[in-house]
Design a protein around this ligand. Sequence first.
Ligand SMILES: C[S@@+](CC[C@H](N)C(=O)[O-])C[C@H]1O[C@@H](n2cnc3c(N)ncnc32)[C@H](O)[C@@H]1O
Length: 251
Amino acid sequence: MSSQHGTRAPNQQFTSNVDLYNGWSATYDIDGNVMPAVDDVVFNDRVVPLLKSTEGDVRILEIGCGTGRNTVKLRQDLSPGSTIYAVDVSDGMMQQAKKKLEGNSENVNWAILDLQTQGEELATFVGQPVDIFISTLVLEHVELDAFFATLGAHLKSGGWAWVSNMHPFIGMHTGAGYKTGKDGVRVRGVSANYEMQEVVDAARKYGLEVEGDIVEAGVGDDEVEAVRQFGPRAKKCVGWKIFAGFLFKKV
Ligand SMILES: C[S@@+](CC[C@H](N)C(=O)[O-])C[C@H]1O[C@@H](n2cnc3c(N)ncnc32)[C@H](O)[C@@H]1O
């Protein structure tokens, strides 16, 4: 692991993750960020079919639900009697998620919690272990051990989890952040870069085994097609792997 916190780079300003996401929340869905766009494509391809084939009512925990980009899909693709526990450390992000699901959230329970420091509150909130665990683009912001201890503690044996993250190929150079309108400063939070094997090994310690291939994705090699599919900001990542996605099964 290598931490990005404190990296000296021009036009970057570092803050806490709570401040980063509270500040980013109003524009997170509309600023043309390529990473959630790639996450979307992979999630639709790999996770939505699993959700749709899930039989009966299930309990599902989403850690770092953000603006509810994927919470909406959980709500749509699981049977209506299912229960979603949506957790995030940023009130600003969660307010956006609540807005997005307004009128359609009777089976969604919301909690502002930090997975790294509020384990007891999280356990009280979730109660019994869940059938499915989802966490997209959160891992870079937390310690691997804390994350997988949480996952292992809250997922039933035989349950599955989908975890996506920034690919180490770009994680060694950058981390999540957004540009402020006024002076073009890029605001960054606390991010770490995790190699694939580190993630797999940390998960295994808590009874989680990778199912199938780890998904490594990007915007492709063709600039025109990349921009068409992912927007103008995709230009700068043509030919790179930027995204990693892991499906885990709890043994
Ligand atoms: C890049 S956003 C991803 C949001 C959403 N999952 C998505 O894919 O669009 C990362 C999210 O993780 C949340 N987060 C970061 N650290 C966290 C922590 N320790 N506990 C809970 N949530 C956290 C942030 O507040 C933010 O909403």
